[in-house]
Design a binder for this molecule. Structure first.
Ligand SMILES: [Zn+2]
Length: 128
């Protein structure tokens, strides 16, 4: 329930607040195409707002349920099988200037994936 599949079918169980991200068909956050475990806000998220992602941006998730998000584009029924839609994700190559202009907490969280992410992010910014 609190996990999803990444691009090589590893079961990802977020150790942080990511495990509390619920689904909405009108999400305010999504994953990156190039780094499965990095989420990016799609718009400003105010303190107290729930962070929601469209579960169809995940390679796999483990729930089928009736959605009651109230969005005009609500799919009503979220299915766990064959739901991945790459178009719901952002590309890292489209976001470096904005990402680098805002405070980023990732450098304090050391992991090889975060290090790779930051290295590519800075590389993209240099070529943009
Ligand atoms: Zn919905």
């Amino acid at each position: 329930m609190y996990s999803y599949l990444d691009y090589i079918n590893r079961v990802i169980i977020p150790w942080d607040e990511g495990k509390y991200v619920n689904h909405s068909c009108a999400s305010n956050s999504t994953g990156l195409l190039e780094f499965d475990n990095i989420s990016i806000a799609l718009r400003d998220i105010s303190p107290g707002d729930e962070i929601v992602e469209d579960y169809y941006c995940y390679f796999g998730h483990f729930e089928s349920f009736d959605c009651r998000c109230g969005a005009p584009n609500c799919r009503r029924n979220i299915k766990q099988d064959n739901s991945y839609r790459a178009d719901l994700r952002l590309s890292l190559y489209d976001v470096p200037p904005l990402l680098l202009s805002l405070p980023q907490p990732l450098p304090a969280i050391r992991s090889s994936e975060n290090d790779d992410f930051l290295r590519v992010l800075h590389s993209c910014a240099l070529t943009a």
